[in-house]
Design a protein around this ligand. Structure first.
Ligand code: IPE
Ligand code: IPE
Ligand code: MG
Length: 267
C-alpha cells in the first residue's frame, strides 16, 4: 500500500549544493538509507519575528514560506516519497483572528505561487485535516491545486491544515462504527492495519522521521497514530531559518539511529 517504490521517473536535481557546508553534509549522507516519509512540525515563526524586533508574528509566518520552499526542494532532490508539513493545527484556530486571517492569506498565496514549481518538479499536493473548516476561497484554492497536481508522480507534499490527530482518529473510529452498524465490517475484523487505512492518506506510509523545529519537546496533536515508530529529531533552529543544510542535519541524525521496532536489532 505504498507509493514511491515504483517511482517511474526521478525528480530533476533542482540546484546543486550551494555552499561548502551543504556539500560536506550531503557527502556524509547515505543515500541508500534515506527515510521515505518525513513529517515536520514547522514551529518557531513567532519567536523568529520577535527576535528580529517585529511586533507582528505574521512576519515570521511569511518568512516561514521560504523554509517551506527549501524543505520541499530538498525532499524532491533527494527523491523522498512524502513530506508532511504541519501548517495549521485545529488548536491554531484559537489564535487572534488577525493572525488566523494572515495565515490563511499566506496559504492562498502559497498555493498559487508554488504551483509552477510543483508542475516543474512533478510534485503532488495532498492535504490532511478538515478542509471544511477553511473559508471558501482557501478551500477552493487548495482543492484546485490538489486537482492540478493529481497526475504528478514525484514527491508527495502532504499539507496538514486544520489538522488534529485526535479529530482524525475520532473520525476514523466513527467510520468504523458506521461500517459495523451497516454490516460492512465485523468488530473482530477491525485490526490496526484496517483502522490505519481509515486515516488520512495511509498510502503515504507512516513517517520514518519526525522533525520539530524551535526546540519544543512535544507533539502538539500531530499524527499520533502514524508516529508510533517514527524517529524524532528536535532542532533548535526556528522554522523561518530552516534551510537545506538543516534538512541534511536532520537526515544525518536519523541515520545515526538504530531503529528496532520492538525487536533486538542487529547483533
Ligand atoms: C509555527 O510557528 C506556525 C504555526 C503554528 C502556524 P508559531 O506561530 O507557533 O511560532 P512560535 O512557536 O510562537 O514561535
Ligand atoms: C504546532 O505548533 C502546530 C504547527 C506547527 C502548525 P504550535 O506552536 O501550535 O504548538 P504548541 O502550541 O507550541 O504546542
Ligand atoms: Mg509554536
Amino acid at each position: 500500500m505504498s507509493v514511491g517504490n515504483e517511482r517511474r521517473r526521478l525528480a530533476p536535481i533542482l540546484r546543486p549544493p550551494a555552499t561548502a557546508e551543504e556539500e560536506e553534509l550531503f557527502a556524509a549522507l547515505d543515500l541508500s538509507r534515506l527515510p521515505r516519509h518525513v513529517a515536520v512540525i514547522m514551529d518557531g515563526n513567532g519567536r523568529w519575528a520577535k527576535q528580529r524586533g517585529y511586533a507582528a508574528r505574521i512576519f515570521g509566518h511569511r518568512a516561514g514560506t521560504d523554509a517551506v520552499r527549501a524543505a520541499t526542494r530538498t525532499a524532491a532532490e533527494l527523491r523522498l516519497t512524502a513530506l508532511t508539513l504541519y501548517a495549521f493545527s485545529k488548536e491554531n484556530w484559537s489564535r487572534p483572528q488577525s493572525e488566523v486571517n494572515a495565515l490563511m492569506d499566506l496559504l492562498d498565496e502559497y498555493l498559487v505561487k508554488e504551483l509552477p514549481e510543483m508542475r516543474e518538479n512533478d510534485i503532488r499536493l495532498v492535504a490532511s485535516g478538515d478542509p471544511g473548516d477553511l473559508r471558501d476561497k482557501t478551500r477552493r484554492k487548495l482543492e484546485e491545486t490538489i486537482a492540478a497536481t493529481a497526475g504528478h508522480g514525484g514527491l508527495v507534499v502532504n499539507l496538514a491544515i486544520s489538522y488534529g490527530a485526535r479529530a482524525e482518529i475520532t473520525h476514523a473510529a466513527r467510520r468504523a462504527m458506521e461500517m459495523a452498524r451497516s454490516g460492512e465490517l465485523a468488530p473482530e475484523e477491525l485490526t490496526p492495519e484496517v483502522f490505519g487505512q481509515m486515516l488520512h492518506h495511509p498510502e503515504l506510509g507512516d513517517p520514518d522521521l519526525l522533525v520539530r523545529t524551535s526546540g519544543e519537546l512535544r507533539v502538539s496533536n500531530f499524527l499520533l497514530w502514524q508516529i508510533a515508530y517514527s524517529e524524532f529529531v528536535v532542532m533548535d533552529v526556528l522554522w523561518p531559518d530552516f534551510r537545506r543544510a538543516d534538512f541534511y542535519r536532520a537526515l544525518l541524525e536519523f541515520q545515526r539511529r538504530d531503529r528496532r521496532f520492538g525487536g533486538v536489532g542487529p547483533a
